[in-house]
Design a protein around this ligand. Structure first.
Ligand SMILES: Nc1ncnc2c1ncn2[C@@H]1O[C@H](COP(=O)(O)OP(=O)(O)O)[C@@H](O)[C@H]1O
Ligand SMILES: [Mg+2]
Length: 471
């Protein structure tokens, strides 16, 4: 964080100082909510959770070097006491980003926010110091904490914004007003909570409504291939920059293909030139994410060459997203268990097929959550696609949705033991442990709530123990 005295912080958040002998002492370190992260110079934000009350750790964090606690009651050690710690944190973030010289980039969308944020950060940091959301900390607490981790050196601040309803993005964009706002897609994630795709579009579009005008440098970066996102152009006074595969996009990809190892390759076109990209990431859904990142970087003055190089070298910064690991025995595990939706299931299966040429391929799949009325048809279609792509074995894991996956495969013409339905993760691991052979490629993917990363983890451990029959 930029250095601020306790007196300044108290004034910004409208709090009372308690047990503070010297209010001119400065907070220099990060603002943290986890007591274990509190170190010298830090400010500890005490939240009252369901199981733990941060206030109970006040003495401990001060012992560890924290300058003070941002709290909702006096705690016997230096504290700034406010009515609501979350709003105080937000007010502090707003104050700090106003004083920073950094350019703020915010992004939202139904799927791919974290992957794209990680790509943007890996491109922009080649040009100047960049701070970005760690992992998926994209809510009303994670966002201000990330913003507060920026320093005087920071030139770019890249913020993931999540929403579960109308007004959420508007709130986040008020805390940290972006100059560039990117909307990736409007899908079906959390559709139950929103009430429909139109409502999701309404909520995500709040980002472009919050942008400054084109004259003041505002830019709305929108997915030309997604009609609900494309339509957000009418909701902003910022300049509109389109990305996608469609011809009208300002930043677009041509000749998109997957390499034999399942990595996307394409020719990147920007208004200032074109360049070839071959990504290290797996799965064609990353093409859209890469174009989004390229559009942001181009807007911030980077050349097509610089962007293409950065995209070609970018790796995966967040876990369980097409994480490819080679086991010592020659089995390849593709862990994409972080989450799943129909688009990413299709992309992952295509990547598996590309990687598996001449090898045996396994798709270990669980349910895609929150699909409402579409659930049966979508699971059926994924099961069918696995067969069409010639995936050798489909292992559908879990309850009724998994049975739809398996039935889709069966009806598309898989027979014998080419597709199986098992009840849970342990059953899948048991099956795979006895069946996997050197050279096999295994994709593991399902919605977050299924927790299939445990399968990928068990398979990696089995490989390390040499616990697989090599036949
Ligand atoms: N552009 C995209 N379109 C559809 N699905 C995607 C896209 N990018 C990533 N995904 C899928 O969504 C999952 C979650 O990706 P992530 O980047 O964490 O998204 P978010 O942060 O929006 O939840 C990934 O495992 C991948 O399967
Ligand atoms: Mg995320």
């Amino acid at each position: 964080m930029i250095a601020l005295s306790l007196a300044e912080i108290a004034a910004v958040v409208g709090g009372q100082t308690h047990d503070i002998p010297d209010p001119s002492v400065q907070v220099t370190g990060p603002v943290v909510r986890d007591s274990r992260e509190a170190g010298p110079g830090s400010l500890f934000a005490a939240f009252v959770g369901e199981r733990v009350d941060g206030h109970d750790y006040a003495a401990q964090v001060v012992e560890a070097g924290a300058v003070a606690v941002l709290a909702s009651r006096p705690v016997g050690v230096p504290a700034i006491v406010v009515e609501d710690v979350q709003s105080a944190l937000g007010a502090l973030a707003r104050h700090v980003v106003r004083r920073l010289g950094a350019t703020l980039v915010a992004l939202t969308g139904s799927a791919g926010k974290t992957s794209t944020k990680d790509l943007i950060a890996q491109v922009l940091r080649r040009k100047a110091p960049t701070v970005f959301t760690p992992g998926s900390l994209n809510n009303e607490i994670g966002l201000p904490l990330t913003a507060l981790s920026a320093t005087e050196e920071t030139k770019f601040l890249v913020l993931e914004m999540g929403a579960r309803g109308i007004g959420h993005i508007r709130y986040l964009a008020e805390l940290t007003p972006p100059r560039i706002g990117l909307v990736l897609n409007v899908g079906t994630a959390h559709i139950g909570e929103f009430g429909g795709r139109e409502q999701i579009a309404q909520a995500k579009g709040e980002l472009v409504e919050a942008l400054p005008s084109a004259e003041d440098g505002g830019a709305a970066v929108l997915n030309a291939d997604d009609p609900l996102v494309r339509a957000m152009a009418s909701r902003t006074k910022a300049k509109v920059v389109l990305f996608g595969e469609s011809a009208e996009a300002d930043v677009r990809a041509e000749n998109v293909r997957l390499t034999d190892s399942g990595q996307p390759a394409f020719r990147l076109h920007t208004p200032s030139g074109a360049c070839d990209v071959t990504m290290r990431l797996y799965g064609e859904h990353h093409v859209s994410n890469a174009l989004a990142a390229a559009a942001v970087a181009h807007e911030l003055g980077m050349s097509a060459e610089e962007i293409a190089l950065a995209l070609s070298e970018a790796g995966s910064l967040s876990r369980w997203r097409m994480e490819v690991t080679e086991r010592p025995d020659g089995v390849t595990i593709v862990n994409d268990a972080y989450n799943a939706n129909p688009e990413s299931m299709r992309a992952a299966l295509r990547a598996l097929a590309a990687m598996g040429q001449g090898r045996r391929t396994w798709a270990v799949l669980g349910k895609m959550a929150e699909l409402g009325d579409e659930a049966l048809a979508e699971h059926d279609a994924v099961g069918r696609l696995a067969v069409r792509l010639n995936v050798s074995k489909l292992v559908a894991v879990g309850g009724v949705e998994a049975s739809w996956l398996q039935l889709g495969a069966y009806n598309e013409g898989s027979w014998g033991e080419e597709s199986v339905h098992v009840s849970d993760a342990q059953a899948a691991v048991d099956l795979l442990r006895s069946e996997l052979r050197p050279g096999d490629v295994v994709l593991v993917k399902a919605s977050r709530s299924v927790g299939l990363e445990s399968v990928a983890q068990a398979l990696l451990e089995a490989g390390a123990e040499g616990g697989v029959d090599a036949r």
